[in-house]
Design a binder for this molecule. Structure first.
Ligand SMILES: Cc1ncc(C[n+]2csc(CCOP(=O)(O)OP(=O)(O)O)c2C)c(N)n1
Ligand SMILES: [Mg+2]
Length: 354
């Protein structure tokens, strides 16, 4: 008798733009020119924001910062596939996600300059305060998705995290709960191949992150995370499933952290220049530019104009952030809607200078 396996499954790998920016005609995303240009504008904004932040830190004008360079397509592609009312739970590296959702640039600079107030978002941005703690925002995002289901809202919750976070219990608990209750959660893993100095091979024994979805009875897909159109398509499909009541999905974006873990890290201590050079060839911005040029939407002059516009916005935001006046007593705010008496007493003592 032939022994049947109890379970069979596989995950797909999606790529729309190859490394030279040529589109696979069968998979090419139907986006109009204006939307493609908006995506490009956001990717440029991400990169220039990031470089400015690193520069400010190096000048002693900002504290420790986690650069996103290399991950622009994963963040921008994913956010463009969401509705503005969907809710996003980011990490410390998801500045791009904040920017696409409409977070004021000065808020992000203020936060990284040490002011918690920076994370207080205007209404409608719908992004939770970023999680520095690896993985602990996954159960929160699962709770949000559950509440959306219970309240019958046609919305979804997205949680962004890295490859390292998949080793945390929180990842598995959130995923299991969400698939049992079929909640509209999309798990966006930016697999940038490193968790500080721990390489992917030492992080997990499975071949892909995406296949972990199968053990939760969910849909999982691995995409080229440096291909903004592939990420967009995958998240659109995950969102469609979420709203159709099919439960959570896992989108693994294969990408690379081109820079250091944070400005307190020196990646040369643990990874080779050759590896970084390999990934330079897959730069998400250059690839998208080549695609846009093939559609007659991009010229070097257009790039210069988009960059000039982003730079002006960034410089204005830095000025605003540097003029921000600190309110140290704010450290007692924002956790509780109504301060408990013990915290109130501490705040009173602090204000009196006791
Ligand atoms: C619970 C917890 N453990 C450890 C840390 C220290 N830490 C900060 S970032 C990080 C690596 C996370 O790697 P990954 O999830 O791949 O995200 P990436 O930084 O690559 O974007 C670790 C271990 C932390 N912040 N929280
Ligand atoms: Mg990582």
């Amino acid at each position: 008798m032939v022994k049947k396996t109890a379970f069979e499954g596989s995950v797909e790998y999606w790529q729309v733009l190859d490394e030279s920016g040529k589109a696979d005609k069968k998979l090419e995303t139907k986006l109009d020119d204006a939307e493609l240009k908006r995506m490009y504008g956001h990717m440029v904004l991400c990169r220039l924001f990031d470089r400015k932040a690193v520069s400010l830190q190096r000048q002693g004008r900002m504290y420790t910062y986690a650069p996103l360079e290399g991950q622009e397509a994963s963040q921008v592609g994913a956010m463009h596939a969401l509705a503005q009312e969907d809710v996003v739970f980011p990490t410390y590296r998801d500045h791009g996600s904040y920017l696409v959702r409409g977070a004021p640039l000065e808020n992000l600079f203020e936060y990284w300059m040490g002011y918690e107030e920076g994370l207080k978002m205007p209404a409608g941005v719908n992004v939770f305060p970023l999680s520095i703690t690896v993985g602990n925002h996954l159960p929160m995002a699962a709770g949000m998705a559950w509440s959306m289901k219970l309240r019958k809202r046609p919305l979804m919750s997205m949680v962004c995290f890295g490859d390292g976070a998949t080793s945390e219990g929180d990842f598995h608990e959130a995923f299991n709960f969400s698939s049992v209750h079929k909640t509209p959660l999309v798990l966006l893993c930016q697999n940038n191949h490193w968790a500080i100095s721990v390489p992917l091979k030492k992080q997990m024994a499975s071949e892909t992150v995406a296949q972990k979805a199968l053990s939760y009875g969910a849909w999982g897909v691995q995409v080229d995370g440096n291909d903004v159109l592939a990420v967009y398509s995958a998240v659109k499909e995950a969102r469609r499933r979420a709203l159709a009541g099919d439960g959570p999905s896992l989108v693994e974006c294969l990408t690379y952290r081109m820079s250091m873990h944070t400005t307190a890290d020196d990646p040369k201590k643990y990874r080779s220049d050759a590896e970084v050079d390999e990934w330079k060839k897959r730069d998400p911005l250059a690839r998208f530019e080549a695609y846009l040029a093939s559609r007659k939407l991009w010229t070097p002059q257009y790039k210069a104009d988009v960059e000039a516009d982003a730079t002006a916005r960034i410089e204005a935001a830095v000025k605003t952030a540097e003029a921000f006046s600190a309110q140290p007593e704010a450290m007692f705010d924002f956790v509780f809607e109504k301060r408990p008496p013990s915290l109130q007493a501490q705040r009173d003592a602090f204000v009196k200078g006791e």
